[in-house]
Design a protein around this ligand. Sequence first.
Ligand code: PEP
Ligand code: MN
Length: 280
Amino acid sequence: MIPYKLVSLETRREPTVVRLANGATFGGEALAICAGPCSVESREQLCATAKAVAQRGANVLRGGAFKPRTSPYAFQGLGEEGLKLLREHANAHGLAVLTEVLDVRDVELVARYADMLQIGARNMQNFSLLREAGELHVPVLLKRGIAATVEEWLMAAEYLLLAGNKDVVLCERGVRSFDSATRNVLDLAVIPLLASLTHLPVIVDPSHGTGVARLVPPMAIAGIAAGADGLLVEVHPNPAVAVSDGGQSLTFAAFGELMTRLPGIARAVGRTLPAATVAA
Ligand code: PEP
Ligand code: MN
């Protein structure tokens, strides 16, 4: 007997389509392309990145204002100032805002600025955070935990649906393994597997999935070919000086090149790229 109910295909046969305020959809024919820096660092950095990713075809601006860092001495994020920058620069280019909420105490604050809340890998089983985000009815991107099984991941999504939130998107971002050749092992087999288990959309994060910028475009393409409903990609104006995840961040040029390759791949699997965002 499968332990999850609301996320299962037994409860709902048709795929869920999650729609954000700017028209971005997860689970429809059009892919969702979420791009932006790992951390919001400054006005200049975010202004340039929002413009660059919108011009190259992204429809969701990602960026961390509250950062889950392994070291307490590492940059922890700009907090509300970062949220304000995200909202301002996303609006300027017709993008939606996707940003992580780390703490149950910040859910309402983050939801005031964001179109979609990211619950990160480290918090996938933070059950009070899931309940709180579930009650708020703001779309949620639920990343797979660092060592989470598919069943644990779907049970975490079940918390969100049980709390009343139907707008949930899963994100495969790689799992930890014995091999440090790549940062994580990007598990693309879960994309078709999840399609047989759940009605929820699934996107792929090849940035955290590989940890290596040059591996990001091929794995992004592989994710779309496997049936993912979109991508989450880290992009930075100058990855060499990024305060977090520079080694896996694409330059504007590399992101642009990936975006020019996507339409052909998308067409081959019956998908389209997002319609151009307004005022890119
Ligand atoms: C991120 O998206 O920057 C992030 C911290 O992701 P994850 O939770 O997958 O590590
Ligand atoms: Mn990151």
